[in-house]
Write a protein that binds this ligand. Structure first.
Ligand code: NAD
Length: 308
């Protein structure tokens, strides 16, 4: 199992670290455009191997795609992150060019790969990766919902004063402050709806805190977060690499599912060795569906800014 991670910055390095620690891949190639940067991160991470007890080989590469050849899974984290006060959509000008070039080079060297897109604005970058590579739709996956759901569970546990392992919940829709659709109605504490424990007002607060989860961290850190994004990507990579058939909300190309077409947006999917094995259809209320449609309009508007 060979995994390439493009972008050895905060998210890329964190993702490579979590993949290595879980020890299911034989090789992780870390590639960056900055001279020596990926080699340095790879060497530093390899020096944690004996301490953390993993055998995954981590290799660095300065823009040499021959080292990525025949990767089973490729992750794209290259591009600029948000600064405080910025929206993810504002990154499109620079990141679209980067994602276009990177996804083309990756697929040239690994024609059978499954691509995971992380760079923001993620739903639009996933759509762009489809347009430029022409890969089958089961092999291009945008990561956003797994992270947003983890942030949702964190906020739910905080509100319920419960351990996080007690709560379950999912966020679908676009990966943006306005576009996220946290499914509060379906969130549970050990199978009991969370509404049995907290007021509607508190639940609405959880929803709002979840939606601005990334912006809150950007305000605190001065740049966007990396531990939870890296862990979320590693979860997706493991589900595919180990054919786990796990369900995650991911940004995928829709063709009529949820009444939406010709865009990538977060919906629940089953991940396994073929990438997206199935798009899971859940019954949404009229209000949830309206929220999803509004979110899709936002994503389509951002897609319209692409120079295709
Ligand atoms: N989808 C999500 O849930 C999610 C979560 C967090 C961050 N992000 C996004 O991930 C991206 C990376 O964030 P970060 O915090 O790691 O940024 P970062 O600046 O720490 O790292 C980005 C790296 O990409 C490299 N890079 C730039 N152009 C490249 C190219 N053409 N080829 C190879 N490498 C290139 C840079 O040299 C840099 O090392 C941002 O767009 C950010 O918004 C997405």
């Amino acid at each position: 199992m060979k995994v390439t991670v493009v972008g050895a910055g905060a998210v890329g390095a964190s993702c490579a670290e979590y993949i290595a620690i879980k020890d299911f891949a034989s090789e992780v190639v870390l590639l960056d455009i900055k001279e020596g940067y990926a080699e340095g991160k790879a060497m530093d991470l390899m020096q944690t191997a004996s301490l953390n007890g993993f055998d995954t080989r981590i290799v660095g590469s300065t823009n040499d795609y021959s080292k990525t050849a025949n990767s089973d899974i490729c992750v794209i984290t290259s591009g600029i992150p948000r600064k405080p006060g910025m929206t993810r959509e504002e990154l499109i000008g620079i990141n679209a060019g980067i994602v276009k070039a990177v996804s083309t080079s990756l697929v040239e060297h690994s024609p059978n790969t499954i691509l995971i897109v992380v760079s923001n604005p993620m739903d639009t970058m996933t759509y762009l990766a489809h347009k430029v590579t022409g890969l089958p739709k089961n092999r291009i996956i945008g990561m956003g919902g797994a992270l947003d759901s983890a942030r949702f569970k964190y906020r739910l546990a905080e509100a319920l004063e419960a351990p996080i392992s007690d709560v379950d919940g999912m966020v679908i829709g676009g990966h943006s402050d306005k576009g996220m659709v946290p499914l509060t109605r379906l969130a549970t504490r050990n199978s009991v709806p969370v509404s049995a424990f907290i007021s509607e007002e508190r639940l609405n607060q959880v929803m709002e805190d979840t939606k601005v989860g990334g912006a809150t961290l950007t305000g605190l850190l001065g740049t966007s977060a990396w531990y939870a994004p890296g862990a979320a990507v590693s979860g997706l990579v493991q589900a595919i690499a180990c054919d786990q058939k796990k369900m995650y909300p991911c940004s995928v190309l829709l063709d009529g599912e949820y009444g939406l077409s010709n865009l990538c947006i977060g919906v629940p999917v089953i991940l396994g060795k073929n990438g997206i094995e199935e798009i899971v259809k859940i019954d949404l209320t009229d209000a949830e569906m309206a929220h999803m449609k509004e979110s899709a309009e936002g994503v389509s508007k951002t897609n319209g800014l692409l120079d295709l």
